[in-house]
Design a protein around this ligand. Sequence first.
Ligand code: ADP
Length: 388
Amino acid sequence: MKRVGVIGGGQLALMMGAAANKLGVELIVQTPECNDPAVGIASDTVLAAVNDAQATTELATKCDVITFENEFVDIEALSQIASQGVCFRPRIEALSPLLDKYDQRCFLRDLGIPVPKFILPESLFAVSSVNQSIYTKKSEHSEWELSFPSVLKARRHGYDGQGTFIIKNLTDLETKICLNSNFLLEEFIPFQKELSIIAARSASGEISPFVVVETQQEQQICRRVIAPADISPQTEKTIQDIACTVLNSLQVVGIFAIELFLTDGDKVLVNEIAPRTHNSGHFSIDACFTSQFEQHLRAVCDLPLGNVAMKNPCAIMVNLLGYETRTTNYIDKRSTLAKIPGAYLHWYGKSESRPGRKLGHITVLLNELNRDEAMTIARNIESVWYSQ
Ligand code: ADP
């Protein structure tokens, strides 16, 4: 398979470009705007929204296999296209249980994988049509006694914490639920750390997990990733086992990311599965023998999976997030950051900066596993990047 169609043309597709070149694979990208990050590396482009299935039919005529950098697709329409013989990797059935956060929680629970306790708000509450306030319904079937803080999440199309709300009290909850009913409500996990694992599965069923990493979120957006995470071998094994269970049960071909909470008692709970390459795997471009993007293309193109070991004992990846609304390419800040010893700067070529928008990232390789040093480097990068 030499021609890979990619649904989505953001930075994840852009970063597949170098890997595609190395492997002699062509990328044909379906993305809405001609200035989207991946248009420049694509050998051909279908200019259309990611959920435009008609456009995906056209994409299919230009490639041997279709993969995803964005999962906000029209899954029913893609199922139809797949039934006509178009090859999607991962297959559509592997995405279906994951696109809605409630369905995803049910899927993981049914596999016996620990997740936060969760419920649909409508099974606990009813919205009063008279004064638009909620009242508690006594739910005998609820496994979970509502307590605060709790977490309310939009069931679909949430990303970078948009659609995720930490709810402090009933009034907060009432306000949010009255605005939109399509939510999942779950217990707040007072985690010790957030972790993530990226793993690939080949068509023959071989699974190759990258090291488990620590992710650090602020206001629900990933700010930094430390690889590897400082966790016990037992926790690492538990997480790898979860990855194998998920990937095998869905017969995934390609990369999936699994985000997790580690609690004080060293209990692991899955927060979320992303059915694609992921921000928490960006360190692998510079820190591993095979990047997540190369591994994904290897799996999708039926090439042997690569070696995912790290080249250095430790790496820190810092996201360069927009902090203002402006049209600029931040050339001065980028040249200052690029001079940091051991630093690899990646810029996504977005001309518009907006608060929270992922504009680039920087990975620094360390010669020893030292979390404090990694955090000092991250703070230094952030003090340059976020300075006015
Ligand atoms: P998104 O899909 O938009 O990335 P997530 O569901 O992953 O949203 O949540 C984003 C962040 O919000 C998480 O990384 C975590 O920091 C926080 N968060 C989400 N769910 C919970 C929870 N149940 N308990 C505690 N924090 C949570």
